[in-house]
Design a protein around this ligand. Structure first.
Ligand SMILES: *[C@@H]1O[C@H](CO)[C@@H](O)[C@H](O)[C@H]1NC(C)=O
Length: 316
């Protein structure tokens, strides 16, 4: 507040929903109350809040015609200023980790006002266990395991949303915030007890180096296609990788199979190899002899050998 003039910065109140790979605009507008006769020189700064509310991550700063973007936003962000009082941010080719809260800040030398806009990614959460078995991952390894499956470690909000949509899993997994939790929709004895209400069961924060669990990963839609490779003969894992390559594709990752199932209703009642050496198949429309009555990815774990089909991923 200076000499009776107030700077006001506004962003939408509701969350903006988007997908991986999309281009999105985060709207932001500013004005003065009462209106100024001569415009002031302003700077605009966009930053991203972190989950743990520590230091914000710089996204973009702009003063006049000079713009600068930072870190992994470099080359993917620019301002949209269709009129004098707009300071909207455009992010192109959204990545899985771009969800979260963004601050639009306007600085005019005398005043500094900001407003927050929230971006949420539509996606799918899946529990992940490495080939070596249950409860083998510390936090850092858990993050890496998700990344290797074309996904990121899930946030609490993402797991909560999946639980609301019916996810039930009786093994505890790491989340982005360093806690270990699992989602239960049908309370039962080995999963926190029958007497407890449905919900997320939490082990709280765990030691990121010493404690070992599974992990919940998050993925969103795909550019490209996952498909079951039709072959007369069943294949070993090595043959399966080669067969996808011969088809101009790659053996699919677990996150890609989940994304194809969730976003494109991939449905195939044939077990096939994935890149991590697991055997799975996607069922969007449950039917007899194709696993349980709910839609889902069926898993046969990590066989030590044997011959199966294969799911491939082809970029488009
Ligand atoms: C996003 O914008 C880029 C550059 O402006 C364009 O090449 C690309 O096709 C757009 N992507 C989508 C999904 O609209």
């Amino acid at each position: 507040y200076f000499s009776g003039v107030k700077l006001v910065v506004e962003t939408p109140e509701g969350t903006i929903f988007t997908y991986r790979g999309a281009n999105i605009t985060l709207p932001c507008y500013y004005h003065y109350e009462p209106e100024l006769q001569t415009p002031r020189k302003i700077r605009i700064k966009w930053s991203k809040l972190r989950e743990d509310n520590t230091k914000e991550q710089d996204v973009l700063v702009a003063a006049g015609l000079k713009h600068r973007s930072f870190g992994d936003f470099r080359g993917r962000v620019h301002l949209r200023q269709e009129n004098e009082q707009e300071a909207s941010l455009v992010i192109t080719n959204l990545r899985l980790q771009d969800y979260g809260k963004y601050r639009c800040e306007v600085i005019d030398g005398l005043e500094d006002e900001s407003s927050i806009v929230e971006l949420e990614m539509r996606g799918v959460v899946f529990p992940y266990q490495p080939p070596r078995g249950r409860y083998r991952l510390n936090f850092h390894e858990a993050k890496k395991a998700c990344e290797e499956q074309d996904s990121v470690i899930a946030s609490f909000e993402q797991l909560f949303k999946s639980w609301e949509e019916g996810l039930d899993w009786c093994n505890a997994g790491w989340l982005m915030d360093g806690t270990v939790q699992y989602p239960i929709t049908l309370p039962r004895e080995p999963c926190g007890g029958k007497g407890m209400a449905p919900g997320l069961r939490s082990y709280g924060e765990r030691h990121k180096n010493l404690h070992r669990f599974d992990v919940f990963c998050f993925s969103s839609t795909l550019k490209g296609k996952v498909y079951y490779l039709a072959r007369l003969q069943k294949l070993s894992l090595e043959e399966a990788k080669q067969a996808c390559q011969d088809d101009g594709a790659e053996i699919a990752k677990v996150g890609q199979l989940y994304a194809a199932w969730k976003f494109f209703n991939l449905d195939r009642c044939d077990a096939g190899w994935l890149s991590d050496g697991s055997i799975r198949y996607p069922i969007a429309f449950p039917r007899p002899n194709c696993g349980p009555p709910e839609p889902g990815i069926r898993s046969f774990g990590f066989p030590s050998g044997g011959k199966y089909g294969v799911y491939c991923y082809k970029m488009s």
